[in-house]
Ligand binder design. Structure first.
Ligand code: PLP
Length: 390
């Protein structure tokens, strides 16, 4: 943690940039400021750094080749690029994009702009009704299936085998598969090829990289060419125009390398899961009536979405913020709106229950002492806000 007075438990909104990532980026602001497309030593040095970052990202996600990696401005752009590409290549008669009911707005909004959108339900634990999705794909008329790997609000993970079944069915029907892996990358292993996805989205700031840079992974064997969502120059093999954000891309590459190393140490993921589990166990013991959303499903190791009994989530969130604890009511981008989360409603919660839910999301930087401190503070605040709670 960088700020000693803060307890930062909002890592699904964004993460702190790792010092090593920042160090890797700095030379590309200072000495090596060339345009990566320029044919002179400055440009070539920048281009070489971009190529190295491309290899790191390809390695992290198990892409077949570095040229499957298209650098973008982040998860939102990558999701939109996948929608546009699938839509422009849709088979004759396909007029529908099939999504899980809990997709991020970065998928829902561009899909709704172009297509008829049908949502596949999830159960009370956030598990996708895969059989219903398969039946719908077989019925025809689908251009794209979009299934998120891990949910940003609850951390519930769609098992890779389920995603792969959706991909196989989509391909048999001439449709494409998009996987929004923005929350999964850096927290659990992701294997693009094993998923059988055509498009995959990731964003550096969710795994200790800089904001405003991400990648769109494209299965070039099925989509050798794609329309550019950001049209302009011929950068990124004409799949994304615009001068490359070299420092950002270098930062993404460094974050990808660190994420791959953390995944292969076999320690980070269980350590974060143990901290999260201890946090939940104490909350459940201390505040009767509290529920963990998605508890019976596979979840990201870092995410805890808690539905408190008889408490206004927003009041608790504000009280936490005032005492230096950063949590969230769900998606950071909708944190200013007072509409109930479409994710929690899809899990079967009422709007009133959804208003009692808070998300705590930890990271590889979170310490046991921070969790303990956070719990102590939470107990004081809950006691103050809900005199009936023990
Ligand atoms: N998809 C998911 C699941 C997300 O959680 C987010 C960000 O919260 C995005 C997409 C958008 O990513 P970005 O912030 O890089 O645009």
């Amino acid at each position: 943690m960088t700020n000693a007075s803060l307890l930062y438990f909002d890592n699904n909104a964004t993460t702190a940039v790792d010092e090593r990532v920042l160090e890797a980026m700095l030379p590309y602001f200072r000495e090596t400021y060339g345009n990566a497309s320029s044919r002179h030593p400055q440009g070539e040095a920048a281009g070489a750094a971009v190529a190295a970052a491309r290899r790191e990202v390809a390695n992290l996600v198990g892409a077949a080749a570095p040229d499957q990696v298209v650098f973008t401005s982040g998860g939102t752009e990558s999701d939109g690029a996948g929608i546009l590409a699938a839509w422009s290549e849709r088979p004759p008669g396909a007029d529908t994009i099939l999504v899980s009911a809990v997709e991020h707005p970065a998928v829902l909004a561009p899909a709704e702009r172009v297509a008829n959108v049908e949502r596949v339900a999830v159960d009370a634990n956030g598990r996708l009704d895969v059989e219903a999705a398969l039946r719908r794909i077989e019925a025809g008329g689908i251009a794209l299936v979009s299934a998120m790997y891990a949910n940003n609000e609850t951390g519930v993970v769609t098992p890779a085998a389920d995603i792969a079944r959706l991909g196989a069915a989509a391909h048999a029907a001439g449709a494409a598969l998009q996987v929004d892996a923005v929350q999964a990358i850096g927290k659990i292993p992701v294997d693009f090829r094993a998923l059988g996805a055509d498009f995959l989205s990731l964003s550096a700031h969710k795994f200790h990289g800089p904001k405003g840079v991400g990648a769109w992974i494209v299965a070039t064997e099925r989509f050798p060419t794609v329309p550019a969502l950001v049209a302009g120059g011929s950068q990124e093999a004409a799949r994304r125009g615009g001068t490359l954000n070299v420092p950002g891309i270098v930062g993404l590459g460094a974050a990808a390398r660190l994420a791959r190393e953390a995944a292969s140490d076999c320690v980070t993921e269980p350590r974060v899961a143990a901290l999260r589990d201890a946090f939940e166990a104490r909350v459940l013991a201390q505040f009767p009536g509290t529920r963990v959303i998605g508890a019976a499903s596979p979840r990201l190791p870092n995410t805890s979405n808690l539905c408190f009994a008889e408490l206004d989530g927003e009041a608790l969130l504000m009280a936490l913020a005032a005492s230096g604890i950063c949590a969230s009511m769900g998606a950071a981008c909708s944190a200013t709106r007072r509409t109930a989360s479409h994710v929690l409603l899809a899990y079967g919660l009422s709007a009133e229950e959804a208003a009692r839910c808070l998300r705590f999301s930890f990271s590889r930087d979170t310490t046991e002492a921070e969790i303990e401190q956070g719990l102590d503070q939470l107990a004081l605040l809950i006691a103050a806000l809900a005199p009936t709670a023990r």
